[in-house]
Write a protein that binds this ligand. Structure first.
Ligand code: SF4
Ligand code: SF4
Length: 130
């Protein structure tokens, strides 16, 4: 699984590039966040592939004129340090951090875009991104 930012310029923003890549490769691509207007589009996606298959997929996007940025590995939480204060929950832009029913912290890796906001928010430095 890889997290990738895809930046579409105005020349390609209205083309169905992502759908075509999914059709051609058969690999699942999940959109985590999307900011699109007539001039530009930015998608953060998770791609269920690694190694050569991932390279092939990223090259298909590049060939279509999409800029590709691979995002950092997702974060690690030191559960011994976490005091479940919740300070990281509301700043997280994707809802990847939340309380469980027992008020302990839950991290949903699939939603994380590696933005690092929670790393700076945590008062006990329980979160880091390698
Ligand atoms: S790095 Fe932290 S704040 Fe950013 S998306 Fe992931 S969990 Fe949320
Ligand atoms: S801010 Fe740090 S200590 Fe508080 S819930 Fe999040 S990871 Fe745990």
């Amino acid at each position: 699984m890889a997290k990738v930012k895809l930046i579409y310029s105005h020349r390609v923003v209205d083309k169905p590039i992502l759908a075509n890549v999914v059709l051609r490769t058969g690999v699942l691509i999940n959109i985590l966040e999307a900011k699109v207007n007539a001039q530009k589009g930015e998608l953060i996606v998770s791609i269920s592939a690694e190694g050569e298959k991932l390279k092939e997929i990223l090259n298909l996007f590049r060939e279509e004129g999409v800029e590709v940025q691979e995002l950092a590995e997702t974060l690690r939480i030191d559960w011994e340090r976490c005091i479940a204060c919740g300070a990281c929950i509301s700043p997280c832009p994707t809802g990847a951090l939340k309380f469980k029913e027992d008020w302990s912290l839950e991290f949903e890796e699939d939603k994380c875009i590696g933005c690092r906001i929670c790393v700076t928010t945590c008062p006990v430095k329980a979160i880091n991104i390698p």
